[in-house]
Design a protein around this ligand. Structure first.
Ligand SMILES: Cc1ncc(COP(=O)(O)O)c(C=O)c1O
Length: 328
């Protein structure tokens, strides 16, 4: 933070100027932002703001979700909206109707002109006080950001990732299944891994079962060839995992796996996996080759992770019933 000698009272023009200066020091690839509080869409990143007293900011009383834009179409938005609606219910947040949300998301995407990237949208309990519960009569907020999306190193796919068991406790189930803006454990887990020279962390639950990673699910191929995924009652229900568990049936016919199972996975079993992988909307599917400094399988990216990524990419481009056209 810059040290200021005199603290000026700023005018509205000063504020806009400062917000623009911030964005030029720190360029961001944010293409369009809808805010129910502004009542429209802005494309200047300096204006993509929400009031500080919004309870999403100072109490974390907000939820979000992220869907992908692929070749000018929105992929699997209904699955992401299903989860958003569940998160809102768990968080006692009010939402616009589903049709309104879809319409705003599609129109904000069109206004962005972006044909590949991400759509992140939030619901907040609104501004009006610094208390815990929402201010009386506070209008709930709905926001949509169209941005470049998270980009991961190509080496994660060609050489694989190295992960560690995090020292941070997994979220209790209610908070883990709710995609709220409280990502402190997830942030700390990723920072801890990076500080250890590794790529990411893995949460283990109190009973010694595999949980998930920072913003990705974890799946593995056992010694018997079974593709296994942790149950979704204590981790986020990943839209990518859910879709891949369906698409993976075709790998059985190709004899790449012997079957698909969603079950509790003891850590010892996962450590002995043939293949371990991270799955999510932004990373798609990436192989883990090392866990707590020990190799997984032969320590090289495996065929199932590769095949799953190819299935997902195919679905993202040609799964007609899961794609929404954007009226650019
Ligand atoms: C904690 C957590 N787990 C798993 C996922 C993967 O979910 P999805 O496949 O819907 O991106 C995410 C990403 O949203 C996440 O934040």
């Amino acid at each position: 933070m810059p040290v200021t000698t005199a603290l000026r009272i700023l005018t509205a023009d000063d504020v806009v100027e400062q917000l623009r200066a911030l964005r030029s020091r720190q360029p961001v690839k944010f293409s369009a932002f809808y805010s129910s509080q502004l009542g429209g869409i802005v494309t200047d990143p300096a204006l993509m703001v929400i009031p500080f007293d919004d309870h999403m900011v100072h109490r974390g009383h907000g939820i979000f979700d992220t869907a992908a834009i692929v070749a000018g179409k929105i992929y699997d938005l209904e699955a992401h909206l299903d989860r958003f609606v569940r998160s809102a219910r768990n968080s006692k947040l009010q939402l616009p109707t589903r049709d309104e949300m879809r319409d705003i998301i599609v129109r904000t995407t069109a206004a962005s002109g972006r044909r590949d990237g991400s759509i992140r949208y939030w619901a907040s309990s609104g501004p009006g006080s610094l208390s815990l519960t929402p201010a009386a009569g506070a209008p709930p907020g709905f926001f949509v950001m169209i941005f470049a999306g998270l980009v991961y190193p190509e080496a994660w796919y060609t050489e694989g990732l190295r992960v560690m068991t995090t020292t941070y406790p997994i979220k209790p189930p209610l908070y883990a299944v709710t995609k709220s803006t409280n990502y402190l454990p997830n942030v700390l887990m990723q920072m801890e891994a990076q500080e250890s020279g590794l790529d990411n962390g893995v949460f283990i639950d109190e009973t010694g079962h595999v949980g998930e990673s920072s913003n990705m699910n974890v799946a593995f191929v056992g010694a018997d060839g079974m593709l296994k995924h942790p149950r979704f009652d204590h981790i986020l229900s990943g839209c990518t995992s859910l879709r891949l568990l369906e698409l993976a049936q075709s790998l059985q016919a190709r004899k790449l796996i012997t079957g698909v199972q969603v079950c509790d996975i003891p850590v010892v079993e996962a450590r002995a996996a043939r293949e371990l992988m991270l799955i999510g909307s932004s990373i798609e599917v990436a192989p883990i080759v090392e866990w707590d400094r020990k190799p997984i399988g032969d320590g090289k990216p495996g065929p199932v992770a590769r095949a799953l990524r190819a299935l997902l990419e195919e679905d993202m481009r040609s799964g007609r019933e899961r794609l929404i056209d954007v009226p650019y």
